[in-house]
Design a protein around this ligand. Structure first.
Ligand code: COA
Length: 233
């Protein structure tokens, strides 16, 4: 794996709460933060994934989502906790991108701070962990190093939708990725998912092509048109 020289002039967006836990703030929503996952979040995450307004858009994630499916999340908990520790120790400098070999980022929980409840999630990680390609070449010839291209996916619970939260959560995540040294971010949204396309466009993503994704057999196996979005940071 190539060792990247990380030169970032972006100010550090990571803050530390009164208990020493790092988080990202959400613009215009002081009551919300992007925070690390806690073991006590399991029930809220299952509830989020079973929200019909969220489940209907999920491609490979099971729907209905049950406690048996949580293995995918809980098995990564030790790695997540180690990464949170590393980030905290390295501040205000970013952790080298080569340390991010897993399909998650350490601030994946959108939390309502007064209640402590999980009300959404942000799923972002190197594209190489979403697919098998590790290096991308831009049309103009730009060669991206391993780890410099990341993929983004997100959900906001239906009670919180339409209040600017999704858009603000993406904005703060992009600031984090820029600080981290990520050069390009990809995202995919169904053509008919207007809110998802809306929050991406509002945050500077460009719609580059239409792709057809095949849904799993147990969800009908149908093919759906999706926009492929990208943004150079
Ligand atoms: C997609 C999602 C994260 C957006 O979050 P949100 O908090 O509801 O969105 P916001 O309130 O920030 O909306 C921001 C912009 O999105 C667009 N938008 C939102 N709802 C829209 C709708 N029904 N039709 C068209 N555009 C819409 C608007 O451009 C809006 O900008 P505005 O404030 O200038 O009107 C949220 O709706 C969600 O979780 N949906 C279900 C799960 C999902 O689709 N996940 C993504 C899978 S690819």
């Amino acid at each position: 794996m190539t060792l990247l020289s990380q030169t970032t002039t972006t100010p550090c967006p990571v803050k530390i709460d009164e208990e020493g836990v790092p988080y990202l703030s959400i613009p215009n929503h002081p009551e919300l933060r992007l925070t690390p996952y806690l073991e006590t979040d399991d029930d809220d995450l299952i509830k989020l994934f079973n929200d019909p307004e969220i489940g209907k858009w999920s491609w490979r994630r099971p729907y209905p989502y049950t406690v048996e499916h949580m293995d995918f999340v809980t098995s990564a908990l030790p790695q997540r906790q180690a990464l949170v520790k590393l980030i905290t120790e390295t501040l205000p400098n970013p952790v080298p991108l080569t340390k991010f070999d897993s399909r998650y980022f350490p601030f994946g929980v959108l939390r309502h701070v007064p209640s402590g409840r999980l009300i959404g999630d942000m799923y972002v990680g190197p594209t190489s962990s979403f697919s098998h390609s590790t290096v991308e070449v831009e049309e103009g010839g730009t060669q991206f190093e391993d780890g410099e291209v990341w993929e983004m996916a997100y959900n906001v619970s239906s009670q919180w939708q339409g209040k600017g939260v999704g858009s603000a959560m993406i904005k703060t995540t992009l600031e984090y990725l820029k600080w981290q040294g990520v050069k390009k971010v990809n995202a995919t949204a169904e053509v008919i998912n207007a809110p998802s396309g809306g929050v991406l466009r509002k945050n500077g993503f460009k719609q580059v092509k239409i792709i057809q994704l095949v849904w799993p057999e147990e969800k009908g196996g149908m093919t759906k048109d999706c926009y492929s979005f990208e943004q150079l940071l």
